[in-house]
Design a protein around this ligand. Structure first.
Ligand code: 5GP
Ligand code: ZN
Length: 119
């Protein structure tokens, strides 16, 4: 597990590495993924360094879903119907589960007709 000092996402939260910010609250931060699987691929992260979901105190998770919902709505991903665009929310824990960055992050991956994804 990487240390907080070496963590890319902690550096993004602190503004030490640039990111395209989408929404920020007191406890979470969201930004565009640097290698998007689809247009509008966003990462939502707690402002707390921990590799896996169970390492994160609840108070740092409370804004994650409301913020993710807000972004999905802003991206106009048709959250009301089964037809048309949609999205996947993905959260990997551990390298065996394909986690690469050791700071908890939720992927919001838009799914549109014109785009095929890995999921
Ligand atoms: P994981 O496989 O750990 O669930 O996903 C890590 C994600 O972080 C990948 O989709 C990758 O593109 C993204 N990522 C890695 N480094 C950076 C970075 O420096 N900036 C941004 N915006 N995204 C990053
Ligand atoms: Zn971190």
């Amino acid at each position: 597990m990487s240390s907080e000092a070496a963590c890319i996402f902690c550096k993004i939260i602190k503004g030490q590495i640039p990111s395209f910010k989408i929404v920020e609250t007191a406890t979470c931060y969201s930004f565009l993924d640097i290698e998007p699987i689809a247009k509008g691929h966003v990462l939502v992260i707690p402002k707390y360094h921990g590799a896996k979901l169970h390492n994160i105190p609840d108070e740092y998770l409370k804004d994650i879903l409301p913020v993710t919902k807000k972004i999905a709505k802003a991206l106009d991903l048709d959250i009301d119907g089964l037809e048309g665009p949609g999205y996947n929310i993905l959260q990997n824990n551990g390298s065996i589960a394909h986690q690469v960055v050791d700071h908890v992050h939720f992927h919001l991956i838009p799914k549109r007709d014109s785009e095929t994804g890995l999921i």
